[in-house]
Design a binder for this molecule. Structure first.
Ligand code: PCA
Length: 210
């Protein structure tokens, strides 16, 4: 049985709800031969790397999929790439703000996801949930999280796959904001579940290759 570590975030900015974490609370711990372990991360540039490293060490999963909210997107979007850059007007929940600096001055310019992003987008779509591949995770805390995750895995856990999935607002977040795209939370949860299964199936296929 494959174990996938799923992380979601606390609310940030003007929001009091973050669908990335709330959707994870709707998912089972085991299903379809996959074990899902869930952790909530703070929206904090300087703390996510350490907390992720702790969680990976403790859980020893086969794959890690970090999840965050991308308000304004219309579907779930597996991220292809994380860039070595922090740049956002919005401070994080610790009050830290970066206006264009590298995450890791000695690190590479970018890391590609090692989870199968195209298969994930296809699997989410097949589950009836809007999805497409994204080529930018932005330059706020989610991008930092993805970059630090992939750097951690490359250095210490080269057999482990990692990636990031952005999810849109849940419907309850956009009440009174006509025109802002959203999806029902249970649908976001189904899409995450399909993505996690695609990661686990990809690992199994790779193992069974002659
Ligand atoms: N989304 C933010 C950080 C936390 C979250 O859920 C982002 O896209 O960077």
């Amino acid at each position: 049985m494959k174990t996938i570590l799923l992380t979601g975030f606390a609310p940030f900015g003007a929001d009091t709800f973050n669908p990335s974490w709330e959707a994870l609370t709707l998912l089972p711990d085991r299903w379809s031969g996959v074990r899902l372990v869930k952790r909530r991360l703070p929206v904090a540039y300087d703390r996510v790397a350490g907390l992720l490293a702790q969680a990976v060490e403790e859980v020893r999963p086969d794959g890690v999929l970090c999840i965050g909210q991308a308000g304004g997107r219309t579907g779930l979007t597996p991220e292809l790439v994380a860039i070595n850059w922090k740049d956002a007007v919005l401070p994080d929940n610790d009050g830290v703000q970066y206006g264009g600096v590298p995450i890791c001055p000695e690190g590479p310019a970018a890391y590609f996801a090692t989870v199968p992003v195209k298969e994930m987008a296809a699997a989410i779509g097949q589950a009836g949930v809007p999805a497409s591949l994204s080529y930018s995770a932005g330059a706020y805390v989610c991008n930092t999280t993805m970059y630090c995750l992939l750097r951690l895995l490359e250095g210490r856990y080269p057999d482990l796959q990692g990636g990031f999935l952005h999810v849109p607002y849940a419907c309850e977040q956009v009440l009174g904001r006509p025109g802002v795209p959203s999806l029902p939370l249970p649908l976001i949860a189904e899409g995450i579940q399909a993505a996690a299964l695609a990661v686990a199936e990809g690992l199994e296929r790779a193992e069974n290759r002659p």
